[in-house]
Design a protein around this ligand. Structure first.
Ligand SMILES: Cc1cc2nc3c(=O)[nH]c(=O)nc-3n(C[C@H](O)[C@H](O)[C@H](O)COP(=O)(O)OP(=O)(O)OC[C@H]3O[C@@H](n4cnc5c(N)ncnc54)[C@H](O)[C@@H]3O)c2cc1C
Length: 363
């Protein structure tokens, strides 16, 4: 396996479960990419009907099953609430609840009192919300370590950090220091490193890179029983591509300029991970923009009805995203040589889908 993000790590786990010996190469000392910079949302609610939803449901089931054996990943089936700020958003949520696949997603339309009953920390302003019981959360900064410890215990797994892979061909991997590793099957899970391994294949592939901004607060005392999203998320997720979307009206100018939605997940220590923005134009900014952060703090405080704790850290992350079509494919898989596969491009759903994508690689 090449790449210690969630895709490479889930491939390693699927291989270990099938009895393989695994050598796992990572150019950094540890996972440093999108996989440790995300919300840890295992997000079923907004997925496109068909292939994407099926993959998300399979992945969610596998996250839960992995957590039985490896509780250190911090999986919790906490569900989500997408909060409506007005009647137009509520009307679209009502349409989503009439989808043929609404029960598979665990959708229910709630009024404001019902929202507060599900998540009592929500003491602020909203018109109601969409409850999705199938959404879940994990701890992104703990997942790689927890899974590696679990695999090491089998005696058939070796992690090699600081291994910058510069060449792959059938059965053979070479690093920048000239070290050579051999294996029957090679998976290249190098995330958004589009100019590295497989650059020639990626140059013609329908993938792009997307940069996001996020932040995390100091611990917030009240317990959020669910993940949170705001009505702007209805503008992006394919599950909400329904007639009511045209009635949503204008988006806030800052949210529109930065292609934003509110997503919020409380970490196990109580801190709130909040985002996000989407930037599609390279070269990406190297600095963080404050306006989106100020905007998201305001939205979160409006829902919670109180100030959130001071921001403890801010960061940006980049993921690789395949061009979206409802029919799929949901991610990019390309052969680089016999027995060598490049797997990337799951976009903003890579944390969610990774365990199911890895299982597909071995089928
Ligand atoms: C801010 C943010 C929030 C997100 N939120 C969510 C979310 O809540 N839920 C969700 O489902 N998805 C989310 N995503 C998307 C998700 O994080 C990604 O799709 C997923 O993590 C991609 O995993 P990966 O393993 O392909 O890539 P990465 O995590 O980037 O891992 C790739 C690894 O390969 C290594 N590598 C690269 N080149 C080489 C080389 N030549 N040799 C050796 N190693 C190499 C890199 O160092 C890196 O560690 C989010 C993404 C971002 C950026």
């Amino acid at each position: 396996m090449i790449g210690a993000g969630v895709l490479g790590t889930m491939h390693a786990l699927s291989a270990i479960e099938r009895g393989y010996d695994v050598v796992h190469l990572e150019r950094e000392e540890d996972a440093r990419g999108a996989s440790v910079r995300n919300f840890g949302l295992v997000w079923v609610s907004g997925r496109a009907p068909g292939v994407e939803l099926e993959l998300a449901l399979a992945a969610r089931a596998r996250w839960e099953a992995i957590a039985q054996r490896c509780p250190g990943i911090g999986f919790r089936a906490n569900g989500s609430l997408t909060l409506a700020a007005n009647d137009a958003e509520l009307a679209l949520m009502a349409q989503a609840c009439e989808r043929a696949d609404a029960s598979a997603r665990g959708f229910a339309l709630l009024d404001a009192d019902e929202v507060r009953a599900v998540n009592p920390a929500l003491a602020g302003e909203f018109a109601g919300g969409l409850h999705c019981t199938r959404d879940a959360g994990v701890e992104p900064r703990l997942v790689p370590h927890a899974l590696r410890r679990f695999m090491e215990a089998t005696g058939r797994y070796r992690f090699v950090p600081g291994a910058d892979v510069v060449g792959v061909r059938t059965s053979r991997v070479t690093t920048s220091t000239g070290a050579v590793f051999e294996g029957d099957r090679i998976f290249v899970c190098t995330g958004a490193a589009h100019q590295g391994l497989g650059a020639d294949v990626l140059a013609d592939a329908p993938v792009r890179r997307v940069r996001l901004q996020m932040f995390e607060t100091e611990p917030f005392a009240p317990h959020l029983t669910t993940s949170l999203a705001d009505g702007d998320s209805l503008r992006y997720y394919p599950a909400f591509d329904l007639p009511g979307r045209t009635g949503l009206g204008l988006q806030d100018p800052i949210a529109e300029a930065h292609h934003m939605q509110l997503l919020c997940q409380q970490r196990l220590d109580g801190s709130l991970t909040i985002g996000d923005t989407h930037d599609y134009d390279e070269p990406f900014a190297f600095d963080l923009d404050e306006a989106p952060t100020t905007y998201l703090v305001g939205v979160t405080e409006r829902f919670l009805g109180q100030k959130i704790p001071p921001i403890a850290r801010r960061w940006a992350g980049v993921y690789s995203q395949i061009e979206f079509t409802v029919e799929g494919p949901v991610y990019l898989r390309r052969s680089l040589d016999d027995g060598v596969e490049l797997v990337t491009g799951p976009g903003g759903r890579g944390m969610t889908l990774s365990p199911a994508i890895a299982e597909e690689s071995f089928r």
